[in-house]
Design a protein. Structure first.
Length: 659
């Protein structure tokens, strides 16, 4: 299918909490548009966008999958994203390259924790969004309650542009409120909501001026496309109800991309996959310019030239040669052996910011089946880390250990499955352990005079101060270039973040200010790498003098349980060192919201299901790192030699640098 002659265009992501029906909706869109001849199914494992083995087995999406279709002469790139919290990094990367979004909410479950998280990220990036309330035919579907939840947890500017007909299993269709056949009175809610977005419109409306239906529709399109107003539609995707109206809404309410194909190239790599025949494929969203087969591209992030071998349009597990990628479009670019996720190709000025959603809070150690598999396991996990940089594979060569960061148990299952199916490797993982962090207790200094054994000369003094919560590392230097040459200062600046990867307890040190306040090199004795050796020793000397406090990950939770279980659950939360707001009653159920440490609550969803005989739900998302109580101790085995043991550290680093 050629996309080059078809205009206009849309780049749209489909987002939702797990099991809200994203993939089913995508399959029906592909079928109704004529893109596929038969209807794919999640349950039978025939969905176009769920083509990995684990996706077919589990019936969930674990990778963002790109597909495309044509509807009413508009070419649509559609990205079906995972809904499970373990694969939030895929959602995060996809969101960055979308011009519009469909957020699916289940009419039976309502707004869930992941829905809120995705919504806040969509708003941060100002991505125009259509809300689609799916599963209207389910028992327990309550559109009034869902709308109330949406207004409460998402935005009061979300406005239904349809009226559902029938409830639960009697649901048959939704009436378009823009239809000429609809009573004008039924549109008042839409009119009032739109008037609130436009002062001139509000003034005319309040003065009783009669505005024609086309004017209101135009106002709706403009407000939706600038991300100020959000139309809501209803449907039951599994029965194909509401799909045509949703497809129309993609064109009516979501904007097309801008971009000049004649301008210099500007694009971003948001996903990397490996194809059995094509090898490494980098999924690129192009904002400006055009890329053709066999072009040379400048990778701005790495400051290198890369060669494009082929440009392919991908549909799930299938792809075809497109030959050309133009501004506003998305395609897989083959070749480019060094490219990484997040790399900017060409001019960086037009690339939008990203929303950080995913923070891996667990770490696991990998174990291979036999000694011959060790090097292959290292290579396989490093390749998978290219595709998902948040895995952050740590290879401890001296200890012959491999550690991986993960979001949760489903991601571990996916890793195990991928290592077996793609690489033929049987790899097991330890029980996940929580990733803690450290932060300085007080202000102080770190000092190192690295002058022995000769030849070497590097003197450094750092001021270390606690920083604001969430500030990470703020580094600066206040030394004269005649005391410490600029190239040596640059080496120190490069090594400080590395040195802070392992604090006194082996965890990354965050939320601090480090200032280089004294530095000295020697004209004859200083070796270029002396400051690479000295910096970690100076930093660790400082951390030892100021001391560090442990920080632990905290989760925001929402627990819904039958009323009779409420008291027991509140007691459990207190036992887990958690807190909760005033309980809310909703019918015969109680809703508890609050915060709880990850370390104490990892197994609680299982306990909750058992306690409530499956009727209780617990939804969580990451709320930040907080100081641990003094009686909590968590120390991680250090990788490599501790820079506090200076003589041993100097020998080990010198040997490594020479080797």
């Amino acid at each position: 299918m050629s996309s080059l002659t078809i205009h206009p265009r849309r780049n749209i992501g489909i987002f939702a909490h797990v099991d809200a029906g994203k993939t089913t909706t995508t399959e029906h869109i592909l079928y109704e548009s004529g893109r596929t001849r038969s209807l794919g199914s999640v349950d039978s494992g025939t969905a176009v966008t769920d083509w990995l083995d684990i996706e077919k087995e589990r019936g969930i999406s674990v990778r963002a999958a790109t597909t495309s279709l044509v509807w009413k002469d508009t070419y649509i790139n559609l990205v079906d994203t995972p809904g499970h919290v373990d694969f939030l990094s895929e959602v995060e990367r996809s969101m960055r390259v979308m011009d519009g979004a469909v957020l699916i909410v289940s009419a039976a479950e309502g707004v869930q924790a992941q829905t809120e998280l995705i919504w806040s990220a969509l708003r941060k990036l100002r991505i125009p969004t259509v809300i689609y309330v799916n599963k209207m035919d389910r028992i327990g579907a309550d559109p009034d309650q869902v709308l109330s939840d949406i207004h409460r947890y998402l935005s009061p500017s979300v406005t239904p542009v349809q009226r559902p007909v029938g409830r639960e299993q009697e649901y048959s269709e939704s009436v378009d409120l823009w239809s000429e056949l609809v009573n004008e009175e039924d549109r008042h809610t839409v009119y009032e909501s739109l008037a609130e977005q436009d002062e001139a419109l509000l003034e005319r409306y309040l003065e009783g001026e009669t505005l024609l239906l086309p004017e209101w529709r135009q106002a709706a399109t403009q407000a939706a496309q600038r991300g100020a107003w959000f139309p809501l539609l209803y449907g039951a995707s599994s029965r194909g109800i509401g799909i045509h109206q949703l497809m129309d809404a993609l064109i009516d309410y979501l904007p097309g991309p801008s971009g000049d194909p004649e301008a210099p190239v500007s694009g971003i790599v948001f996903k990397i996959e490996r194809d059995k025949t094509m090898g490494r494929m980098a999924f690129v969203r192009l904002y400006q310019g055009a890329i053709r087969n066999r072009d040379n591209l400048f990778n701005h992030s790495q400051q290198i030239e890369e060669k494009v071998t082929q440009i392919r349009k991908v549909d799930g597990g299938r792809s075809e040669d497109a030959g050309l990628l133009q501004a506003g479009d998305i395609a897989a670019v083959c070749g480019m052996p060094n490219v990484r996720i997040g790399d900017v190709l060409g001019d960086p000025s037009g690339i939008p910011e990203e929303a950080r959603l995913a923070v891996p809070l667990l770490t696991v150690q990998a174990h291979w089946a036999n000694e011959a598999d060790y090097p292959r396991t290292v290579q396989a996990l490093q390749e998978l880390s290219d595709e998902d940089p948040l895995l952050d594979v740590q290879w401890m060569q001296d200890e012959r250990e491999l550690h991986v960061k993960v979001m949760g148990p489903i991601q571990l299952e996916m890793l195990t499955s991928t290592l077996l199916s793609r690489y033929g490797l049987v790899v097991s993982f330890d029980q996940p352990s929580v990733i803690y962090r450290e932060t300085p207790r007080q202000a102080g200094e770190g000092y190192i005079a690295y002058t022995m054994p000769k030849p070497c000369w590097a003197i450094l003094r750092f001021a270390i101060e606690p920083g604001a919560k969430g500030s990470g590392l703020q580094y600066s230097a206040q030394v004269r270039s005649e005391d410490l040459l600029p190239q040596y200062q640059n080496e120190v600046a490069r090594r400080v973040p590395e040195a802070l990867q392992q604090g006194l307890y082996g965890w990354e040190v965050v939320d601090l200010k480090v200032t280089l306040i004294e530095g000295e090199h020697h004209v004859w004795h200083t070796h270029p790498l002396d400051f690479a050796v000295a910096t970690p020793m100076g930093i660790m000397n400082g951390l030892a003098s100021v001391g560090t406090s442990l920080l632990e990950p905290i989760l925001q939770y929402r627990i819904t349980v039958p009323e009779e279980n409420g008291g027991r659950v509140m007691n459990d939360i207190v036992q887990m060192r958690g807190s909760f707001d005033a309980p809310e009653l909703q019918g015969d159920r109680v809703i508890l919201q609050g915060r709880v440490p990850l370390a104490t609550s990892m197994e609680y969803p299982v306990t909750l299901r058992s306690l409530t005989k499956g009727r209780g739900t617990m939804a969580t998302f990451f709320a930040g790192y907080e100081p641990c109580p003094e009686d909590v101790h968590a120390e991680r085995t250090r990788r490599g030699v501790n820079p506090l043991d200076q003589s041993k550290y100097i020998l080990s680093v010198r040997k490594a640098l020479q080797g």
